[in-house]
Design a protein around this ligand. Structure first.
Ligand SMILES: *[C@@H]1O[C@H](CO)[C@@H](O)[C@H](O)[C@H]1NC(C)=O
Ligand SMILES: *[C@@H]1O[C@H](CO)[C@@H](O)[C@H](O)[C@H]1NC(C)=O
Ligand SMILES: *[C@@H]1O[C@H](CO)[C@@H](O)[C@H](O)[C@H]1NC(C)=O
Ligand SMILES: *[C@@H]1O[C@H](CO)[C@@H](O)[C@H](O)[C@H]1NC(C)=O
Ligand SMILES: *[C@@H]1O[C@H](CO)[C@@H](O)[C@H](O)[C@H]1NC(C)=O
Ligand SMILES: *[C@@H]1O[C@H](CO)[C@@H](O)[C@H](O)[C@H]1NC(C)=O
Ligand SMILES: *[C@@H]1O[C@H](CO)[C@@H](O)[C@H](O)[C@H]1NC(C)=O
Ligand SMILES: *[C@@H]1O[C@H](CO)[C@@H](O)[C@H](O)[C@H]1NC(C)=O
Length: 607
């Protein structure tokens, strides 16, 4: 906390923001640790706006263009599409303070949240934290590349502050967490500015099997700025939509089976799902200890890797993280960032029948054009590098985490493991909470039934349209009683073997003349790609790769690797990104056009 008298604190943040909103860039002046706020006399006349456009209302004359929600300048500086390096440069040169940047992002929240709803809760202490980070910088201490950079975390990641941690459920309102999640604590130590909690699919999609992606009782419906009527990707929906719409600089999400890669690729941003055990799950509301993995969202690979570097590492509270010892690079992952010239040495595999054949023709064609560009940059592309097990383990009909059961073998199904793990892991998580009566899956089920109107315990129409199938996911977990029987262990062993040594690793070994491939290139809009990586516990990165003509929704190009293959993912991901940005290809990140910005359909459509 700065030693200053700190007048800002007496002022409601929104008063400050309203001045910025009116384009008064001279309103906030920051000098040293003291934040001097000039409080203008707001006369009756100045309370009304003759021209609220373009910032206060979306102008229907520019509907279906990226000008619909123009991001206001921040003290004359363009923040839209700014990178972490650019923000550091502004702060380092004294052009902007972290306080100013945070206020400008607050203004962006104000402008967009009624529409895309990426924010669930704002950190009431963000101004004080920003001011103390500014004060620290004034004294010459810069903690690192994330010093003063505003971010949000998915609401299933514990923060030991004045914010709630609820997985979007009203059942956990008022509960008190024992401590920050390790990954949050690491980001605070790195100087990043926690601006708030992002919306999500409630309970990270564990509770229902037919639901509106991005919806939670506490947070409402998160929407993608690319097409607000459609599935925004999930379950880290708000984290991804907010980064995509420049509502915050970066975000953390969590993945059990797709919840980082899917929302990242559907919002034209970079998402990294680390190897299970690289990033601690301590303080993260769990689904399955075998598959859960928190990771970063950023607009560029470099931004995402700054965050990965800050959050990975062993943690005594999550014993899976001990597996990384000796397997991670000494100096972090930034050293692997490279450019397109590296592609001259790359050899990538295309698991065509395993995954690509499942994509629609438009995506196949566009992604193949991108692959052709990668080849023309010097890379060797090897087609038909299939997972030997694909005919058994890859669902032909879309994402299905109970595909083993669909085939007639529950003892070979991912869901057999996840529903048992959830029962046990959530009980352990809840046991550390204070100020709540919710202790286990039984309590959650009872609560949801008792609050049908908000939580949709029963299937629609007794419950709510967003949870069409009610809480069938919780009921399946409840029925398992968390018993780790023979079927559980068979399923665990089967899922791991068929996706690891007999799956992804075998495909990676199909390089020319028995050499190893540098990565598998896959279309992550095909959910079975991240589904197989999820069962393996293996890492993935997705890069923005184009927009679908029928829906306006983005899709990605993803790279798959083996356990602890993050150096390769960072290297080749950054090389391909540099190629995209430096070549005139249309198959890269583009700004959202906010299709359907006035529609409020629930459930969102799964197109
Ligand atoms: C901007 O804020 C300053 C300081 O409060 C004030 O003097 C000035 O009149 C404001 N300008 C506008 C255009 O509102
Ligand atoms: C899932 O929910 C939608 C309504 O949101 C419904 O139309 C559809 O039939 C449901 N699917 C199944 C398999 O029940
Ligand atoms: C973590 O600890 C649990 C319980 O003590 C144990 O069953 C499990 O095998 C350990 N996992 C790892 C990866 O060390
Ligand atoms: C290609 O790999 C070789 C051997 O590892 C290395 O010496 C060379 O610098 C690499 N070239 C590029 C462009 O990265
Ligand atoms: C890979 O092979 C399949 C046939 O197995 C073909 O349809 C596809 O176009 C090929 N893809 C590339 C990138 O060569
Ligand atoms: C699953 O059970 C079937 C018998 O129903 C058996 O044939 C199969 O080998 C089992 N799978 C595994 C992975 O043990
Ligand atoms: C594979 O081996 C053949 C025959 O030894 C050789 O001509 C070819 O260049 C090798 N290819 C690669 C990619 O090393
Ligand atoms: C947005 O999605 C809707 C489906 O809800 C679709 O009808 C519409 O065409 C999409 N908009 C654009 C511009 O692609």
């Amino acid at each position: 906390m700065a030693k200053s008298t700190f007048l800002t604190l007496c002022l409601h943040p929104l008063v400050v923001i309203s001045q910025l909103l009116q384009g008064n860039d001279s309103f906030v002046k920051v000098a040293g640790p003291d934040v001097h706020i000039a409080i203008p006399t707001i006369g009756v006349g100045s309370q009304t706006l003759e021209t609220p456009l373009p910032y206060a209302f979306p102008d229907q004359n520019v509907a279906n263009t990226d000008a619909l929600f123009p991001m206001p300048l921040c003290n004359g500086i363009t923040l839209e599409e700014a990178t972490i390096d650019q923000l550091q440069d502004y702060m380092g040169r004294g052009v902007l303070t972290s306080t100013q940047i945070a206020l400008c992002y607050m203004e962006r929240i104000w402008q967009t949240d009624e529409y895309i709803n990426s924010v669930l809760e704002v950190n009431p202490d963000f101004l004080q934290i920003a001011a103390s980070l500014d004060a620290e910088r004034e004294t010459g201490k810069v903690r690192g590349p994330l010093h003063g950079i505003p971010f949000m975390v998915k609401d299933n990641i514990a923060t030991k502050d004045r914010m709630q941690t609820t997985a979007g459920s009203v059942a956990l309102l008022g509960s008190i967490v024992p401590r920050d999640a390790m990954i949050v604590s690491k980001l605070r130590a790195a100087g990043a500015l926690l601006l708030g909690k992002a919306t999500l699919s409630e309970w990270a999609d564990m509770r229902s099997n037919n639901y509106s992606e991005g919806y939670s009782a506490r947070g409402g419906q998160a929407r993608s700025p690319y097409n607000l009527t459609l599935n925004p990707g999930g379950s880290s929906s708000g984290s991804a939509a907010g980064v995509a719409a420049n509502v915050f600089m970066f975000a953390l999400g969590t993945e059990t089976d797709g919840s980082i890669i899917n929302p990242a690729e559907r919002n034209a941003i970079v998402g990294i799902k680390p190897t299970v055990g690289l990033t601690s799950r301590a303080g993260v509301i769990p689904e399955s200890a075998h598959q859960d993995s928190p990771g970063p969202f950023g607009k560029t690979v470099r931004d995402a890797v700054y965050v990965l570097d800050a959050i990975y590492g062993p943690d005594g509270r999550d014993n899976y993280t001990s597996a990384q010892i000796g397997k991670t690079p000494r100096e972090g992952y930034m050293q692997f960032l490279t450019d397109r010239s590296a592609l001259a040495n790359a050899t990538f595999g295309i698991p065509w029948a395993s995954f690509w054949a499942l994509a629609d023709t438009e995506q196949q064609n566009k992604l193949l054009e991108l692959v052709e560009l990668i080849r023309s940059a010097g890379a060797t592309i090897v087609n038909n590098t299939e997972l030997p097990t694909y005919k058994t383990i890859v669902s032909p009909d879309g994402w299905n985490w109970d595909y083993g059961t669909t085939r007639g073998f529950p003892n070979e199904s991912e869901y057999t493991v996840v529903k048992v793990d959830f029962y046990n892991n959530i009980r352990d998580y809840l046991s550390e909470l204070e100020n709540t009566e919710i202790k286990n899956v039984e309590d959650l089920v009872t609560y949801n039934y008792a609050n049908d109107g908000s939580e949709g315990g029963h299937p629609w129409p007794l419950g709510i349209p967003a949870f069409y199938s009610g809480q069938d996911g919780f009921l399946a977990s409840l029925e398992s009683k968390g018993i780790m029987d023979e079927a559980y262990f068979q399923a665990l062993a089967f899922c791991q073997r068929t996706t690891r040594e007999d799956g992804i690793d075998a495909a990676l070994a199909m390089g020319p003349n028995g050499s190893k491939l540098d990565a598998l290139l896959v279309p992550p809009d095909i959910g079975q790609t991240y589904q197989i990586a999820a069962q393996a516990g293996y890492p993935m990165i997705t890069l923005p790769a184009g927009v679908h003509s029928m829906t306006g929704m983005p899709f990605g190009l993803a790279l798959m690797q083996s356990a602890w293959g993050e150096p390769e993912l960072v290297k080749w991901g950054s090389a391909i990104e540099d190629l995209q940005l430096s070549s005139g290809t249309p198959y890269k990140r583009t700004l959202p056009k906010w299709y359907g910005y006035l529609e409020k359909n629930i459930p969102v459509l799964n197109l």
